[in-house]
Design a protein around this ligand. Structure first.
Ligand code: 13P
Ligand code: SF4
Length: 403
């Protein structure tokens, strides 16, 4: 059975949590029952885990890991909190973690500390004997949820009916497995923030136009880097009713080289041009580095942009004394500040905002799923059905070959 995340993210939820986050030290882990958004999270975790503090959880997770030994590997995305990342055998961006899952067949259990679409990709790319576990099934991605598969299929149909094409579907990794499968079946492909340009070039060798979903910003930023002008892009507003062509006229769509789904990341859309200008005013020699999910004007004003792995590597390799204003999720930014004490590293946004769904991987969930494994029980397995997995694998493997 395909596991379905329970997704209950709202802008308000994100903003509420944003107010609580210090930029200069790791986000503090409180017992699960005391964390603000717990009311929205996966609730079938036994009550004994609700009140354990960070130290108790650390001891139990360490013991469970020791008992499982090499049968279990923990993957951690860069946005995970410190109390999770300390247990990650491998940390990385979504590309690196997918690549790892495709290449390493030793571990029987892959415990994925990230969000649902990443765990799905790991399940699709790993071997049949490996089981992928997402500690908290409500750890989704609000951007991925902006591309409901039914809406994308309807969009595709409308474009075909309007004679817009030949069209290549390209989906960002941050999407449901069924959309990756949709792309695989139609000659399309997946991209991540680390390979979007190469993937777009691959697509344009095979089709005149790209339909890109769900992140309008990554799509727009990538197309601009390839010399495609804003005039040659259209935005598909999926909130409009069927047969309204996503708010475009046929001519606009026929002219467009890239059609952008109107999705966004609520974390990255918070960064503004004003923040970039303010960082430069305070530190004239600062380097601004941002994730390509930020708005076009932010990416254009930055010195560089790239995936979370690119941001981490660039700052780690920079000379001592350099200054970095970073436009990405706060767990990563504050970790980079601590790991690079010889440099000044700070977040562009003074009201810092964690990804509230990444944050749902509370150590209590990690402890629970590991202790269940020790007892021989698998909870929270992410399993994509065979038909979907087959076509999604086609699109993912195209990406792994291109990148
Ligand atoms: P990366 O692939 O750069 O890690 O990005 C994933 C993501 O969700 C960013 O918001
Ligand atoms: Fe999704 Fe944004 Fe969180 Fe990344 S940071 S997982 S795009 S909501």
């Amino acid at each position: 059975m395909k596991a379905q995340p329970v997704l209950l993210v709202s802008e308000e939820d994100l903003l509420n949590e944003a107010m609580e986050c210090p930029a200069d030290r790791p986000l503090e882990t409180r017992p699960l029952a005391q964390e603000r958004a717990f009311a929205f999270w996966q609730k079938d975790i036994p009550e004994e885990y609700w009140h354990l503090d960070a130290q108790q959880l650390k001891e139990r997770i360490t013991a469970a890991r020791r008992a499982l030994g090499r049968r279990c590997v923990v993957l951690g995305h860069h946005y995970q909190r410190e109390d999770i990342i300390q247990f990650a055998d491998v940390r990385g961006d979504s590309f690196k973690l997918a690549q790892w899952a495709a290449q390493r067949a030793e571990a029987e259990f892959i415990v994925f500390c990230g969000v649902h679409f990443m765990a799905e990709a790991a399940d699709i790319l790993s071997q049949p004997h490996q089981k992928v576990i997402l500690p908290n099934m409500s750890a989704g991605c609000s951007m991925a949820d902006m591309a409901d598969p039914e809406d994308v299929y309807a969009c595709w149909e409308e474009l075909e009916e309007a004679g817009v094409g030949p069209l290549m579907p390209v989906t960002y990794m941050n999407s449901a497995a069924s959309l990756k499968a949709f792309c695989g079946q139609r000659g399309g492909i997946v991209c991540t923030s680390s390979n979007a340009q190469k993937v777009f070039l691959w697509a344009f060798e095979r089709a005149d136009k790209v339909l890109f979903f769900p992140d309008q910003h990554l799509g727009r930023n990538t197309a601009l880097k390839l010399g495609i002008s804003l005039d040659e892009m259209a935005v598909w507003d999926y909130t409009l009713p069927y047969s309204s062509l996503g708010g475009n006229d046929v001519e606009k769509l026929r002219r467009a080289k890239v059609i952008l789904w109107k999705g966004h990341c609520s974390v990255h859309q918070r960064f503004t041009l004003g923040q970039v200008l303010e960082a430069r005013r305070r530190y004239p020699d600062v380097k601004v580095i941002v994730h390509p999910e930020c708005r076009m004007e932010v990416v254009q004003a930055a010195d560089m942009d790239g995936s979370t792995e690119f941001i981490a590597r660039t700052i780690a390799e920079a000379p001592p004394g350099t200054k970095w204003a970073v436009g990405t999720e706060i767990n990563l930014v504050s970790r980079l500040a601590r790991e690079n004490p010889d440099k000044l590293v700070f977040c562009l946004d003074p009201v810092v905002c964690p990804c509230s769904t990444m944050y749902r991987i509370h150590p209590a969930y990690l402890c629970w799923v590991l202790e269940e494994l020790v007892e021989g029980r698998i909870v929270n397995q992410v399993k994509v059905d065979e038909e979907t997995a087959h076509w999604a694998r086609v699109a993912l493997e195209r990406m792994l070959q291109v990148a």
